[in-house]
Design a protein around this ligand. Structure first.
Ligand SMILES: C[S@@+](CC[C@H](N)C(=O)[O-])C[C@H]1O[C@@H](n2cnc3c(N)ncnc32)[C@H](O)[C@@H]1O
Length: 244
C-alpha cells in the first residue's frame, strides 16, 4: 500500500500539530536564538519550524520531498527557506551552514540512515547539534494505536529503527556526545475522538499500511471503550541527540 504525502497534505493540519514540549526541548538543548541557523529535515507543513521561528527569530530552513506538504508550509511560514530535496542526499543544502539539524517523526521513512547522517554532518557547522525524535520499539509496542489497530504493530516494528540502530549509525559517522532519552509530554484526555479522526482520515502513515477493514474494526473498538470511560493517552517522545 502506498502512502502519498502530496495527498495527505490536504488534511495533515486537521489532525497533526506541533508538540510544544518537543519545541521547548529542541530550543533549550540547541540554545536556539535569533543568530541561529536551523534546518528541519522532513519539515512537512512546517508546524514545528513555524513555532521555532516565532519563539526564537532564528533563520529557519525546511527540506521535504513532498511538494504538497511544502506548499502548505510556505503558506503559513513566510520567512523560512523551503527546499524540495531528499533527506538522504541533501544535495541542495549548502555545506557547514547550520547550528542545528532536527527531524520529528521522519527517520522511519529513511532506508539509508548512514548516508543521511554523513550528509547531516556535512551541512552542520562545527559542534552543531542533530536531534532526532522518533518512536522506539518499546514505545511502539505500548502505543494506543497498537492496542486499537494491532495490525500496525508488525509494519511499524519493521520500518521504525530502534534507538540503538540510530545511535550506532551516528557513532559510525563520527558524531560525538551521543545521548538518548524519552521526553515526558503529559496526558491527553481527549485522545479517543482524536484517534478516530486520525484513523478515518489516515492522518498517520501507519493507516496507509493496513486494510480499510482493519481501520473500521479499530474505530469500533475505540468507540466501545469510549462508552465505558475516556481514553487517556500518556504521551512520551523518544529522542536521540548528538554533536558534530
Ligand atoms: C509524519 S510527516 C512529519 C512532518 C513534520 N516533521 C511534523 O512532525 O509535522 C513525515 C514527512 O517526512 C517527509 N519525508 C518522507 N521521506 C522523505 C525523504 N526521503 N526526504 C525528504 N522528506 C521525506 C514526508 O514528505 C512528510 O512530510
Amino acid at each position: 500500500m502506498v502512502y502519498d504525502y502530496n495527498e495527505i497534505s490536504k488534511i495533515y493540519d486537521d489532525v497533526r500539530e506541533a508538540d510544544l514540549e518537543v519545541v521547548k526541548f529542541i530550543i533549550e538543548k540547541a540554545q536556539v536564538n535569533e543568530e541561529s541557523c536551523v534546518l528541519e529535515i522532513g519539515c512537512g507543513t512546517a508546524n514545528y519550524l513555524k513555532l521555532i521561528q516565532e519563539l526564537t527569530q532564528a533563520d529557519v530552513w525546511g527540506v521535504d520531498q513532498s511538494q504538497g506538504m511544502l506548499n502548505k508550509a510556505k503558506e503559513k511560514c513566510k520567512n523560512a527557506v523551503f527546499i524540495e530535496d531528499d533527506a538522504v542526499q541533501l544535495s541542495r543544502i549548502p555545506d557547514t551552514s547550520f547550528d542545528l539539524v532536527y527531524m520529528v517523526d521522519v527517520i522511519h521513512h529513511i532506508k539509508d540512515i548512514d548516508t543521511m547522517f554523513q550528509n547531516i554532518k556535512r551541512v552542520l557547522r562545527e559542534n552543531g547539534l542533530v536531534i532526532i525524535f522518533s518512536d522506539n520499539h518499546e514505545h511502539i509496542r505500548n502505543r494506543l494505536t497498537t492496542k486499537y489497530f494491532p495490525e500496525t504493530l508488525e509494519v511499524e516494528l519493521k520500518r521504525y529503527q530502534d534507538t540503538p540502530e540510530i545511535i550506532q549509525s551516528l557513532s559510525k559517522e563520527g558524531f560525538k556526545q551521543i545521548d538518548s532519552g524519552v521526553l515526558e509530554i503529559g496526558k491527553d484526555y481527549s485522545y479517543g475522538p482524536k484517534l478516530i479522526e486520525i484513523a478515518s482520515k489516515k492522518g498517520y502513515s501507519m493507516f496507509g499500511m493496513i486494510s480499510d477493514t482493519a481501520i473500521i474494526e479499530g474505530i469500533e473498538r475505540i468507540k466501545k471503550d469510549m462508552l465505558q470511560q475516556p481514553i487517556v493517552y500518556h504521551q512520551r517522545a523518544p529522542y536521540v541527540i548528538a554533536v558534530k
